[in-house]
Design a protein around this ligand. Sequence first.
Ligand SMILES: *Cc1c(COP(=O)(O)O)cnc(C)c1O
Length: 567
Amino acid sequence: MTNSNGVSAFTARTHIAYLSMEIALRPEMHTYSGGLGILAGDTVRSTADLELPIVFVTLVCRQGYLRQEIDPQGKQINHPDPWHPEQWASPLGAKIVVEIGGREVWIRPWLHVQSSPRGYRVPIILLDTDLEENAPEDRRITDQLYGGDEEYRLKQEIVLGIGAVRVLHTLGFDIRTYHLNEGHAALLTVELLRMFRIASGNGHEGPTTYDIARVRDMCNFTTHTPVEAGHDRFEYALARRLLGDLFDVEMLKTFAGVGALNMTRLALSLCGYVNGVAQRHAETTTRMFPGYRVHAVVNGVHTRTWTSPYFAQLFDAHFPGWSHEPEILVRADQLPEDAVWDAHQKSKQDLIGKIRWLSSKQFDPEIPIIAFARRMTGYKRPELLFSEIERLLAIHRERPLQIVMAGKAHPKDGAGQAMIERLHGIIRDLDGKLPIVFLPGYDMALAKVIVGGADIWLNTPLPPLEASGTSGMKAALNGVLNLSVLDGWWVEACINGANGWAIGKDAPGGDGHADALYTLLEREVLPCYYSDRKRWNWMMRQAISKIAFYFNSQRMMRRYATEAYLR
Ligand SMILES: *Cc1c(COP(=O)(O)O)cnc(C)c1O
């Protein structure tokens, strides 16, 4: 819980602001949907550990993202997912106003504080428009994460981008460095341009000039996806209607593209430091947006958050300080074999208990569990494992396996929802032949149990569309072996046959991935599990030591601090 001192404890020392449409702070705060928010949350947690003076800003999202229910036919039913800001945050006295569509919209900030184990406190500001002063329609702007139509989204991005600058200023922060986590907050660059007008043109005095260099010096941008739909684009007519004369639209076009207001392009144009979330993703981004220098800082996960209690105990005993400085886990290959197996089997029992609780199916602790838990959407290919059911069943008859799946589809992603329905069809068809469960409501709490207790972490994106991926890093922390297509972070991490396996060759497109996956299961993965437990255990220790020491958010934040914030 936050204390009531407000933000004054933070303003004097904090000159860096991190803006994100979603931040996964804790399971009870429904201010996130998936990977982007989890990354922002791990960023907050590492910021606290490293005692970095950063203030975070996001939307309060009173109605959350999506509570997933699966009906008896296997259809996803989309419910709102409300939470109670007053339970986890304190309202701050300050209020600011932005004009949207010709109306004044008031914004009130809430303060949530994240503390590190050593007691360092990091402020997170949640923006809220649900105020009596506002028109009923405007009160809902900060309700639903990724909800509504284009107009609703642009209003949210005005609140996040422009509102954040004004709120921070009003609260007494003197922000000198901004970090945009994805393009949603890119309008903040426009607000900064307005603040740093050099000369304003009105008629005979000549055109307005802006201190573009200064804005670029202040702003950093992390882009997160090569998927087209992931880059927000708005028609200028809509932008003009909502933004009014806040900013000259012709001027905006020079930064954000002529055809449409492209938030990624706007951020690229006005941020002096830009990065992709893995080496491969930085290369893809450079091809998509030629002419910009795109650095690569591969994502990481917050080790303490994603380590199962049993592995945490083991690490505490062998590597004191591991959660503060995860580099020490490079020595995890020295852990005693039996202790590793014991910690794993206990984590697996937790998952088996969760499966029984949510589905009343009983999984067997002696049979390997393959997990596929991620957003249900086309490019992640959740059905690849089932492309040849007969072959999968033959593999299972030879050496049994069990499968656990989870993941939400965005309410507007019809194809993703159809996949969930088809997967449930497959699960019904295979009933009694192959144990498979689909656990509803994938969130950070459920993710922690699955990444801790599976044996094999399956990842089958269509390259090059997985920018980074982070769930496989969480799995590796717990000695769970990645079985993944070479894309995103795995290109950098994979030592095939040692810390996991690569499905197929390192090439764009998905040719032959199903066959490669079945062949690996048949000839390497399952034989190793059943007939060479010593090697399996060695691989578990290779996974921890060769992945956890590097793919953590501590390293990621040190790099942002030295290469982006202090440039
Ligand atoms: C880690 C995590 C993600 C992101 O995982 P990917 O590897 O990008 O699929 C998404 N949702 C939840 C709940 C997570 O914990």
